[in-house]
Design a protein around this ligand. Structure first.
Ligand code: C2E
Ligand code: CA
Ligand code: CA
Ligand code: CA
Length: 277
């Protein structure tokens, strides 16, 4: 949208090496962002092979009063460094669960929501309690929540990761591995973790029609996942040709601009009306 390519975003992307003063300013305003209601959760549809919406991924945006819509690539790294990602992440989790419960009631359909967990959040000793609280507050069924973690955040401390993931899995919560294929781990290693879904990284999908190697990587991931009874989601699907290729390979769930961009809760609620279950 025009907003996303507006001045504010460009300002920050060109100034990735923020000077100390700017960094402090940004940090202070981020600290206030939660209280000032400047953070917004956007939703991007997850669809099946017939383009029916099965759920959505919650994606954070910062509606800055002066800078406009700031993308997560700009402020998530800072939020990670300062630890602000912990309260922010808890807020995203609660908001996404509440919104999902509301949508289910409004449309009388089953929907699941995927929420990103940063490495820092994953490391928190009370992660399990934090997730349980979001489910309790919202009344959302645990089966409708998927937590997206990266390979590197679970590999940081695999033993601890297994304990936390298993505790949540026993409640019904599911896990996806985000950006799969960009890390170094093998699927056989990942098998030790209770993983429901692999999200094939956008970089493979965007190259999939031009690049034989990327096609081979996608095929291999899907085939191995199938053998291990793990679901696959392709992210970054931007056109029909990519959709068809992925369909042929047996990838069941897709996400990308071709089906819908990340949008506000209100917009997502409205498009659900026209999307048959
Ligand atoms: P991600 O988890 O890999 O999310 C997918 C990103 O791909 C999103 O970028 C989404 O807008 C973008 N995308 C989706 N479909 C397409 C497509 O067809 N083409 C292209 N070019 N891009 C597509 P976004 O929203 O800017 O988020 C960037 C990253 O910020 C996310 O990557 C995630 O790592 C992080 N992030 C976003 N929200 C949260 C959050 O609530 N908590 C945490 N910890 N991280 C978040
Ligand atoms: Ca994600
Ligand atoms: Ca991803
Ligand atoms: Ca990514």
């Amino acid at each position: 949208s025009a907003k996303e390519s507006g001045e504010g975003y460009r300002f920050f992307t060109e100034e990735m090496n923020l000077r100390a003063v700017e960094r402090m300013e940004l940090e202070n305003s981020l600290r206030n962002a939660v209280q000032n209601d400047e953070l917004v959760v956007y939703y991007q549809p997850l669809v099946d092979s017939r383009s029916r919406i099965l759920g959505m991924e919650a994606l954070l945006r910062w509606q800055h009063p002066a800078l406009g819509l700031v993308k997560p690539s700009v402020f998530i790294p800072l939020a990670e460094e300062t630890g602000l990602i912990v309260p922010i992440g808890e807020w995203v989790l609660q908001t996404a669960c509440l919104h999902t419960k509301k949508l289910q009631a409004l449309h009388h359909r089953s929907l699941h929501v995927a929420v990103n967990l940063s490495a820092r959040q994953f490391r928190e000793p009370d992660l399990v309690a934090c997730v349980e609280k979001a489910l309790r507050i919202s009344g959302l069924a645990p089966e409708c929540l998927k937590l997206e973690v990266t390979e590197s955040s679970i590999m940081e401390n695999p033993e601890e990761a297994i304990v936390k993931m298993t505790a949540l899995q026993e409640k019904g919560v599911r896990f996806s591995i985000d950006d799969f294929g960009t890390g170094y781990s093998s699927l056989s290693y990942l098998r030790r973790f209770p993983i429901d879904t692999l999200k094939i990284d956008r970089s493979f999908v965007s190259e999939s029609l031009a690049n034989q190697d990327d096609q081979e990587i996608i095929r291999t991931i899907i085939m191995m996942a199938k053998n291990l009874n793990i679901e696959t989601i392709a992210e970054g699907v931007e056109n029909r040709a990519q959709q068809e290729f992925l369909n042929c390979q047996g990838c069941r769930i897709m996400q990308g601009y071709y089906f819908g961009r990340p949008m506000t809760y209100d917009d997502f609620r409205d498009i659900l009306k026209y999307n048959l279950e």
